[in-house]
Design a binder for this molecule. Structure first.
Ligand code: NAG
Ligand code: NAG
Length: 516
């Protein structure tokens, strides 16, 4: 039995602004529903849905606000939060849902408009609706930058002419490589989903997808056709100054969901978002406020404890994690039989076709012959630990065994974790291998110091046989058992590059030292 605990890894420099972190441990539904884009009918692709149980294909504010329950942690929050999910396409073409870890976090940043700081932060009006991101986008284009380039310093974005709304929207998406043995990456630093080899080699605890919403409002409509033109980003995405015409500052929403890509380490295949996007440029999210506006305004004004914990806001009525998870929406009858969890067949739900850019995806493409196995190589940047100029707390979910350590201990040991060794680029960058030579049988990887060999297992996937050596150590300091799996891949042909890899992948997320 494991329980997810929120761990806040301090990644901000300078003054921290007030915020709170709405925890939504439960997923209220997993379905092709989107009341903003396709009211009343099935939506194009699957979403992970969090929040009010009153969610439906044509949910009204009253449906949401008066619902019995929410899968989030505060009784008064009956909002709806939804975003695409991630699937894994196995080598044989079967798609499998990538497990989502810990539900979702919705940050409410209470940053004021830097150009107009005295006007404060205005609560979302009842039934406020908006979308961040663009499901059809298939490229990254900011100036002459390549998507793999690191962002320039925030302070020079304006000088570089990189503060158009289109630019900011692309920087509002982040794919954070999680490895709890290393310093945490900064939020919103990488704007594409790294390729599978990179994830296998570096992201031992999966990927956290981040999405910041626009937080400057025109002060008029609660929604508009298209659901985006009534809002805009401040010029530093999550903070900064609001553009002209959008001077009403709203709470800055940011969604975070974690996907267990590590579960597929060493398994041949490809990750893809449910909207048919392998690179992540088309990641997006939707929001309907189900709060009572007056209550939310009161919370915005008074819930300013720097901890960001909802438990430090005296106005909120809290809901325990199990109760959050029990809250479910009604799946409409026209979707009741659709398989969206586990293995879902040889096409994405909704028969979504994987489309590559740079031109935008189209709604009903002719079946593409290239779909089955084509793979866009995604160049990678190296692991980017810790330091960030973003004024973000960069909270993460971290799983830990129940009742062994307190959150405080976790925090201390995570912060005390050894500085990461940069991964060698040559391990993950793809140099073309013209003639796959028969692979030599690699010798077992060394058992790291401080671990003991527990057992050896063999896993077969197609032509590739993996020998998995399970080693364990007991962390006496924190009384946590930690399991580290080291995989050496045996096999031929296309598995060649993996031979050099040690796939490390932790089952129980302990913490502290010992893995390096
Ligand atoms: C913030 O919350 C902590 C508990 O997490 C409490 O000890 C502290 O007094 C609070 N600070 C303020 C300013 O209310
Ligand atoms: C890049 O994507 C945007 C948004 O979908 C689109 O308007 C633009 O035409 C695309 N660029 C290219 C070169 O296709």
């Amino acid at each position: 039995m494991r329980t997810a605990t929120t761990l806040s890894v301090l990644a901000s420099i300078g003054t921290a602004s007030a915020f709170w972190r709405m925890e939504c441990r439960g997923r209220v539904g997993l379905a092709r529903i989107d009341p903003l884009i396709t009211p009343g009918e099935a939506s194009a692709h699957v979403h992970a849905i969090h929040g009010s149980s009153g969610f439906s294909a044509d949910a009204t504010y009253e449906d949401l606000h008066n619902a019995d329950c929410t899968s989030c942690g505060v009784v008064q929050d009956k909002s709806a939060y939804w975003a695409p999910v991630m699937y894994f396409r196995h080598e044989d073409g079967q798609y499998e849902l990538v497990p989502q870890i810990g539900g979702m976090l919705a940050y409410y940043f209470l940053n004021v408009d830097a150009g107009n700081p005295d006007s404060g932060v205005k609560a979302f009006p009842n039934n406020f609706r908006m979308i961040a991101g663009n499901a059809m986008r298939r490229n990254f284009s900011i100036g002459s930058l390549s998507y793999k380039d690191a962002d320039p310093e925030k302070s020079i974005w304006a000088k570089l002419g990189q503060t158009t709304q289109a630019d900011l929207a692309q920087r509002a998406i982040g794919f954070n490589c999680l490895n709890y043995h290393k310093l945490a990456e900064g939020a919103l630093m990488r704007h594409y989903l790294p390729e599978k080899d990179y994830l296998d080699g570096n992201c031992a605890d999966g990927v956290r997808i981040e999405l910041a919403f626009p937080s400057c409002w025109n002060g008029k409509e609660t929604d508009v056709p298209g659901h985006t033109s009534h809002v805009a980003y401040p010029d530093l995405v999550t903070n900064g100054a609001c553009p002209k015409g959008f001077e009403t500052k709203l709470p800055g929403l940011m969604y975070e969901t974690i996907w267990a890509t590590n579960k597929f380490a060493g398994v041949a295949g490809q990750f893809v978002l449910s909207n048919g996007d392998e690179q992540g440029f088309g990641y997006h999210g939707d929001f309907i406020s189900g709060w009572d506006e007056d209550f939310l305004q009161n919370a915005v004004n008074t819930c300013t404890n720097k901890s960001g914990k909802i438990s430090d806001c005296p106005l909120f009525t809290l809901i325990d994690e199990d109760t959050q998870r029990e809250c479910k929406m009604k799946v409409p009858s026209f979707l009741a039989k659709e398989k969206v969890d586990g293995f879902v067949g040889k096409s994405l739900p909704g028969n979504v076709v994987v489309q590559y850019g740079p031109e935008p995806a189209v709604a009903n493409p002719r079946p593409a012959a290239s779909q089955a196995t084509s793979h866009v190589p995604v160049p990678t940047v190296s692991y980017q630990p810790g330091v960030t100029s973003l004024n973000l707390p960069g909270g993460v979910f971290k799983e830990k065994p129940t009742s062994t350590t307190s959150e405080e201990q976790v925090k201390i040991s995570a912060l005390a974790a050894p500085a990461p060794e940069p991964e060698s680029e040559s391990e993950t960058s793809s140099t073309p291998s013209p003639t796959p030579a028969p692979a030599p049988i690699p010798s077992d990887p060394p058992v790291p110091e401080g671990y003991e060999l527990v057992r050896t297992e063999y896993h077969t996937n197609g032509k590739v046989v993996s020998k998995v050596i399970v080693i364990e150590t007991v962390q006496y300091v924190t009384l946590t058992t930690e399991t580290l799996t080291v995989t050496a891949t045996l096999g031929a042909g296309n598995a060649r590059r993996e031979l050099n890899h040690l796939h490390r992948h932790r089952h129980l997320h302990g913490h502290g030292h010992g893995a390096h």
